[in-house]
Design a protein. Structure first.
Length: 137
């Protein structure tokens, strides 16, 4: 017995076989969060004397994971417009940013962490570190 394969190539759209076009592309919020393990990538804790090396390694690390835009503010937190998609996008952005912030904090010495822990985003922390150390290196 031979079964027929049904093809939709030559169907003429009518109310019975018409599928509306997809108007909502897949949300970026559905992209997986990237958990970072900085201890295997960055050689030493951030100190004033290691800042240039630390920053170069950290920037390469973030670029490699396509996350540099979080700390440069080229990817700011999405505004929420009370839609489900924007809520997901904002939630995803906040969660990813907190993972980056956590890694930055973990890579500093405890006495320096207290100076930057008031910053609430990875970008604010990054700016604070650059202000604290860039002119001294």
């Amino acid at each position: 017995m031979v079964s027929k394969l049904h093809s939709t190539e030559n169907l003429i759209p009518n109310p019975d076989n018409f599928l509306p076009p997809i108007t909502n592309p897949q949300s970026t919020a559905e992209a997986p969060l990237i958990a970072l393990n900085i201890t295997t990538q960055i050689n030493e804790k951030l100190t004033p004397s290691t800042f240039p090396q630390w920053r170069a390694q950290f920037e390469a690390f973030l670029i490699g994971y396509n996350l540099i835009d979080y700390v440069t503010d080229d990817k700011p937190c999405p505004l929420q417009d009370n839609s489900f998609v924007s809520s997901l996008q904002k939630s995803h952005w906040v969660r990813q940013d907190k993972l980056i912030l956590s890694v930055i904090l973990a890579s500093t010495t405890p006495n320096k962490t207290s100076f930057i822990s008031a910053a609430t985003t990875s970008q604010a922390t990054w700016c604070k570190l650059n202000t604290m150390y860039a002119s001294k290196s």
